[in-house]
Design a protein around this ligand. Structure first.
Ligand SMILES: NC(=O)c1ccc[n+]([C@@H]2O[C@H](COP(=O)([O-])OP(=O)(O)OC[C@H]3O[C@@H](n4cnc5c(N)ncnc54)[C@H](OP(=O)(O)O)[C@@H]3O)[C@@H](O)[C@H]2O)c1
Length: 402
């Protein structure tokens, strides 16, 4: 029934489709006619207006659905509603895109669950959402090319100028805040005092570490490709709405002509669209980026070129400049990622499926495995019953025989 309703189209959930990157990506997906996009948004009215403006208000392949990532209850309600809506059809793509950036706050703002907003909206709620939707995306469920994509950031990856050269640096330390439950007044994952910019960067580091862990745990057995991506600096996006007006005016100019890292919303949308659709991006455990490498042609040269600087992760890096970017030691810290996974599971009450190893398709091995399982069960039953003490030397020797 689900297959008919969606006419064989892939189902793609994108969080935060009401502005910026999520909106432009959705537009690109709808244009193909191959996807049914579920726009997971906190403000349904805003979504309706924006969809109308962008021309997909009446597109039957777009379904807005309420999701407030500042509430774990809302995440669960969203999953129930989605499952009811798509019925037996598998979920093909989950794109964790929505985020807030609150660098100017002196005090933390708290979610409905009493958690610092950036930590919950950007990381913990996406963590919970992914756990609940994973069973809907497996090969067993019928998904052919399932992908979970986390929108990361250069700011969470401290082996770059953007991530490691601009204070504050993302660092989860020993996850002291998460270990203690991360409820107010604990505002940071490392348990130290609140810093708005760091809370954002930490949330991006956490989601990128989680992507790698999910890859290790589930990619082989489920067939899902887990990846993160950096869309470039979308300096004119509403993400910077909480910055001062002068900053919002000058930042895009600075990024375009000085650092060369500027990317327009449309182009950033094409990048995320590529990770969702390009067959190259079925590879799991990758952090996708574009047009990195040396930053040449800045300043006057850039002005002459309308700000298009090749090689800065910025504008103009087209489809074929995609590459598998290096991840910092912090992002690749598997021991810390395990702990992060444990604490985030406790806080969100995430429900992860058991991580099964790959099973050999060899028929002989399967038969042997089944017989061994029966023998093992019998042996375990015998071990449970108390054995009588040996009475004769013969019995003692029999026990010792091996
Ligand atoms: N802009 C950049 O330079 C840049 C660089 C690297 C990575 N990124 C990442 O790119 C992604 C998109 O950012 P953007 O630049 O497109 O910013 P944006 O235009 O502000 O988009 C953020 C989206 O998240 C939604 N959102 C915020 N709080 C939410 C909540 N509680 N529940 C559900 N949705 C919520 C927003 O909804 P409303 O429309 O209701 O506000 C909006 O749709 C983010 O993950 C960001 O970290 C951005």
């Amino acid at each position: 029934m689900g297959q008919q309703k969606f006419q064989g189209k892939k189902i793609c959930v994108v969080t935060g489709t009401s502005s910026g990157l999520g909106l432009k990506t959705t537009k690109a997906l709808l244009k193909t006619g191959f996807y049914h996009v579920i726009g997971a948004v906190r403000d349904m009215e805003k979504m309706a207006v924006v969809a109308e403006e962008e021309g997909f208000g009446s597109d039957e392949n777009f379904t807005p659905m309420q999701l407030d990532l500042a509430s774990f209850a809302s995440v669960r309600q969203f999953v129930d509603k989605l499952n009811e809506f798509k019925a037996d059809k598998p979920l093909d793509r989950l794109v964790c895109n929505a985020a807030v950036y609150q660098p100017s706050l002196n005090e933390a703002q708290w979610s409905e669950d009493g958690i610092e907003q950036q930590m919950q909206i950007n990381f913990l709620s996406h963590f919970l959402l992914t756990s609940l939707l994973l069973p809907e995306m497996t090969k067993e469920k019928g998904s052919v090319d399932p992908r979970v994509i986390m929108v990361g950031s250069v700011t969470g990856n401290d082996n770059t100028v953007g991530g490691g050269g601009v204070y504050p640096i993302a660092d989860l330390r020993d996850l002291e805040g998460l270990a203690e439950g991360a409820k107010a007044p604990i505002a940071m994952m490392d348990g130290r005092n609140f810093n708005g910019a760091k809370a954002y960067k930490d949330s991006k580091l956490a989601i990128m570490m989680t992507t790698n862990l999910l890859h290790d745990k589930y990619a082989k057995s489920t067939g899902i490709a887990f990846s993160s991506m950096y869309p470039g600096c979308i300096a004119a996006s509403p993400l910077f709405r909480e910055k001062k007006p002068w900053f919002r005016k000058l930042f895009p100019v600075f990024m375009r002509y000085i650092t060369g890292g500027y990317v327009g919303e449309e182009e950033a949308g094409q990048r995320l669209f590529q990770v969702i659709t390009d067959p190259r991006c079925t590879r799991s455990g990758v952090y996708w980026s574009w047009n990195g490498g040396p930053r040449e042609g800045r300043g006057v040269e850039a002005v002459k070129n309308g700000g298009k600087i090749v090689g800065a992760g910025g504008e103009g890096g087209g489809w074929d400049t995609i590459f598998e970017n290096e991840q910092s030691d912090k992002v690749r810290d598997t021991e810390k990622a395990q702990l992060l996974f444990k604490y985030a599971t406790q806080i969100t009450k995430a429900e992860w499926p058991l991580a099964k190893g790959a099973v050999s398709p060899c028929p002989t091995l399967r038969v042997i495995g089944a017989i061994t399982a029966i023998l093992d069960k019998q042996e375990e039953l015998q071990r449970k019953t108390k054995r009588a003490q040996p009475k004769t030397m013969g019995e003692v020797l029999e026990r010792l025989a091996f």
